[in-house]
Design a protein around this ligand. Structure first.
Ligand code: CA
Length: 342
């Protein structure tokens, strides 16, 4: 399938505004937790887990740096397994774990794969059946991605399978609501790819690009994405300073979210949140520069959490978000695991 060529600025735009003034180094992993009605997100490089309550405006910080150098993604547990919202699953640099917000305690889940020396987990989401999918980045000694990462699936029985080999920077995953298509991004390829998804076996086949023509220097590369109820993908463009709404069936760009210049261009992940998932939350980063330098460079908001309200989204033809899937992890299993010690 030939994908539409698109150019930034050719579609209606709406500007995002800061909602949490906290310059994360690599803000990522935005996801709405329907149980707590709060937005989960992380700072990968500082191993911080955050939980933002739009009602109170409080952004709770949980420092996980005693357990790992990185925390790369976070997902809600299924309401049947933990109705309180106290527990979430996440990926540390080394693999899958469970965190208790109330007790500030962490449990490492068994079965994590052995990774390479300079390999760490990255973006992750839950499939329609409740399994947790997350990919990795493997780098050489100089920090360059070497294409030796993978995409992993933590199955409901606790086993972990590598479902895609030779990934450079694994990002941006979601499933279409018909449960037949899976979307994934290997960022340096400059594409969002679609796969046929088998909801019974969890297998993915028939990979093909569905959104193309991203360029690092001009449009920015595809990073995380979120899906709306019309099946359109809102893709964060790292180094592009925008989020684009795309039709994955044609590859066409339909609308864009812009950011103040003070936010810089490192846009990293997108999630819908709030009542009925009508608002959009977006994480950003200032990788490669210190917070102080970012401020000196006129980028004091690089790394902050941004929001576009539902009223503003409507103006550019946006729709509400598709609910995120929750991880199936019965309490009978994970509560028996030992709490990780520091
Ligand atoms: Ca990412």
């Amino acid at each position: 399938m030939a994908c539409a060529v698109w150019s930034p600025g050719s579609v209606p735009t709406v500007e995002a505004a800061v909602v949490v003034q906290l310059p994360a180094e690599l803000g990522e992993g935005t996801l709405w937790d329907a149980r707590s009605q709060q937005l989960l997100w992380v700072d990968i490089m500082r191993a911080r887990l955050y939980r933002f309550d739009p009602n109170s405006g409080v952004n709770e910080e949980h420092d996980l740096s005693a357990y790992s150098k990185f925390v790369s993604s976070v997902v809600p547990l299924r309401e049947a397994d933990d109705p309180t919202g106290d527990f979430v699953a996440l990926t540390l640099g080394e693999g899958f774990a469970v965190y208790n917000f109330r007790e500030r305690s962490l449990r490492i889940l068994p079965g994590n794969p052995s990774l390479g020396e300079n390999e760490r987990f990255n973006d992750g989401k839950v499939s329609p059946t409740g399994s947790y999918w997350a990919g990795t980045i493997a780098r050489d000694a100089t920090g360059q991605p070497i294409g030796k990462g993978g995409l992993y699936r933590r199955n409901l029985d606790g086993s972990v399978d590598k479902v895609v080999e030779e990934v450079a920077i694994s990002n941006g995953l979601s499933w279409h609501s018909d449960c037949r298509t899976f979307y994934h991004t290997d960022t340096p390829n400059g594409t969002v790819d679609a796969w046929d998804y088998d909801v019974v076996t969890g297998a993915i086949t028939n990979r093909r690009p569905c959104i193309e023509h991203f360029d690092f220097q001009t449009t920015g590369f595809p990073d995380g994405h979120a899906q709306d109820i019309e099946g359109m993908l809102w893709v964060a463009r790292f180094n592009g300073g925008r989020v684009g709404r795309y039709d994955p069936k044609t590859g066409a760009l339909l609308a864009e979210v812009t950011f103040p210049e003070t936010a810089g261009k490192q846009i990293t992940s997108v999630a819908f949140g709030g009542a009925d998932l009508g608002d959009m939350y977006i994480s950003t980063a200032h990788e490669g520069v210190t917070a102080e330098t970012a401020a000196e460079q006129g980028l004091p908001e690089a790394g902050c959490l941004f929001r576009v309200t539902r009223e503003a989204l409507t103006v550019v033809g946006g729709a509400a978000g598709k609910p995120a899937h929750s991880m199936c992890l019965p309490q009978s299993g994970f509560l028996d695991l030992p709490v990780a010690s520091v």
